[in-house]
Design a protein around this ligand. Structure first.
Ligand SMILES: Nc1ncnc2c1ncn2[C@@H]1O[C@H](COP(=O)(O)OP(=O)(O)OP(=O)(O)O)[C@@H](O)[C@H]1O
Ligand SMILES: [Mg+2]
Length: 502
């Protein structure tokens, strides 16, 4: 049964200097239903939701809730209309506790004093609804991205919202956390909440949404019932073309000399890691979240201490010992946490793109060659299709996916011979994912050695020449480039799981 829309956003426009973010966009949401808001990176999804959240004032357009026009001039006014927002880029207070973050927009008080006991009790209850038993006294800075996401969702739930916005909520969740989130979404629907759900995982929306609205270039191009559409339709509407899942690299013609050689590496979770990556080869590091994939990359680049082991890399013709600290300088590294480790948000796109190439941009006397810097930036923006008004746009104002492209792009600019890529496509739309995967394959083709982590077997299958399977901090199997999806899944299933670890 279709009911009348509870929320109606119409004719919304918003321009920034040099960028039109919204062009007459519209969106409807119904109580007890979830509507998926889909669109390529930079399409305007977050901006439209920022309007609803009172974060961004539109130039034109109207918002009505339950038939009445509303003015959303601040997040506080949005809250007063029952609108809660789980943001794409988490807005946490890292040096405060879990409970304080849940109650960040208003602590409970008793006789004018913060009622700390009640705050912790209620935070515990809210988190328990999410199936999450984090100690509420823990500092948020000690939490991983998945747990931080749970804290942010608990904060939104606290207000018993009537409209709930999720902006890419699953990009940092494990599959178990994701299952819990889906339960929460179903529960909110039963409570008659209207849900707006943004994601780049097309399959998710067929699981939990009733409708789908698609945006392209700031405008709404479709609004349909999920039952009357297919994943291929959605991708086609988003990109104006079909995406294919074809393999991007031919099975390697045989790798060149070893570029990275790791022997008997142990430290933290990691136990006795032996691996090599050769020139011209893409090696996929495959395993469940928590199997040690990210830890391995972190240990290699010196972010986590190692206890023992030998690391060598091919400088000119010889394999030479490396310290993790200098690997950081010789390898192109993309980490999971682009905002924490990756980008300088207040600086321009140009400055961020040239960051790692600074040395090659200097004149002999140490002054930056601005012309060269600009050419490098313009090249990368073109090559990666980064959506900016110009190379001078501040990185903090790019859409989430376009920020990720800047992280990848600035490494490409340095032409390193070794790449360590941890979830390089996270937060990217399906079209941009394919672009990054193509670039990865092209890097290897040009002779670089690539070690890549992805949680999506479909992605690895398109580019890898070889797979290393990880579990409980060890490499438990190796699979050839001819392995298929079933082989990868079987390799993980056969390995002991982290939760069974002693
Ligand atoms: N404060 C701002 N100043 C300048 N431009 C902005 C600002 N906020 C957003 N934009 C621009 O508006 C456009 C739409 O961005 P938005 O964040 O809404 O995209 P999105 O659909 O959420 O993309 P993604 O999937 O990558 O998160 C982008 O080109 C972005 O650079
Ligand atoms: Mg966004």
């Amino acid at each position: 049964m279709t009911q009348a829309a509870y929320l109606r956003m119409e004719g919304l426009s918003k321009a920034y200097p040099g960028v039109v973010a919204l062009r007459g966009a519209r969106l409807e949401a119904r109580r007890g239903e979830a509507v998926a808001l889909m669109g390529a990176n930079g399409a305007g999804k977050s901006t439209l939701m920022n309007v609803l959240g009172g974060v961004t004032l539109p130039d034109e357009g109207s918002v009505t809730i339950d038939g009445a026009a509303v003015h959303l001039r601040s997040p506080r006014e949005a809250l007063a209309h029952g609108i809660a927002f789980v943001h794409q880029e988490l807005a946490m207070l890292p040096s405060m506790t879990v409970a304080e973050n849940v109650f960040a927009d208003g602590f409970p008080t008793r006789f004018g004093v913060v009622d700390s006991a009640r705050m912790h009790r209620e935070a515990t209850t809210l988190l328990a609804r999410l199936g999450c038993n984090l100690p509420t006294g823990r500092l948020v800075e000690t939490l991983g991205p998945g747990d931080r996401q749970m804290v942010e969702i608990a904060r939104a739930l606290r207000r018993a919202p009537r409209i709930m916005i999720f902006d890419e909520p699953t990009s940092s969740l494990t599959s178990r956390e994701k299952a819990r989130l889906f339960d929460i979404v179903q529960g909110l629907k039963r409570d008659n909440v209207a849900i707006i759900y943004i994601t780049h995982f097309v399959d998710e929306i067929f699981e939990i949404c009733e409708r789908v609205t698609v945006m392209r270039n700031g405008a709404t191009v479709a609004d349909r019932a999920i039952a009357q559409t297919s994943p291929a339709d959605v991708v086609h509407l988003m990109l104006g073309e079909a995406d294919s899942a074809e393999r991007l690299a031919d099975a390697s013609t045989g790798p060149g000399p070893v570029v990275l050689d790791v022997a008997n590496l142990s430290g933290g979770l990691l136990r006795d890691i032996n691996l090599t990556v050769s020139a011209g080869e893409v090696v996929g590091l495959w395993g469940l979240l928590g199997s040690g994939r990210t830890e391995l990359v972190r240990a290699l680049i010196g972010l986590d201490p190692i206890e023992s082991g030998t690391l060598r890399w091919r400088a000119d013709s010889e394999l030479q010992p490396i310290t993790p600290a200098n690997l950081h300088r010789i390898a192109g590294v993309v980490t999971e946490d682009r905002r924490g480790e990756g980008l300088l948000l207040p600086l321009t796109t140009r400055a961020n793109l040239s960051l790692t190439s600074l040395r090659s941009l200097l004149y002999a006397f140490g002054v930056i060659d601005r012309g060269k810097e600009e050419r490098l930036a313009t090249d990368m923006i073109g090559q990666m299709h980064i959506k900016v008004s110009g190379s001078g746009q501040t990185v903090g104002t790019l859409s989430g996916g376009n920020q990720q492209k800047v992280v990848v792009g600035r490494w490409l600019a340095t032409n390193p011979r070794l790449f360590l890529l941890d979830e390089p496509t996270r937060g990217l739309d399906v079209g941009a994912k394919t672009e990054i995967l193509k670039l990865t394959a092209a890097l290897a083709h040009a002779g670089a050695a690539v070690l890549v982590i992805s949680s999506e077997p479909e992605e690895l299958l398109r580019i890898c020449d070889r797979y290393l399977v990880m579990s409980r901090g060890r490499i438990t199997a190796q699979l050839p480039g001819t392995a298929n999806r079933t082989d990868l899944l079987a390799a993980v299933a056969a390995a002991p799981t982290p939760s069974r670890a002693a």
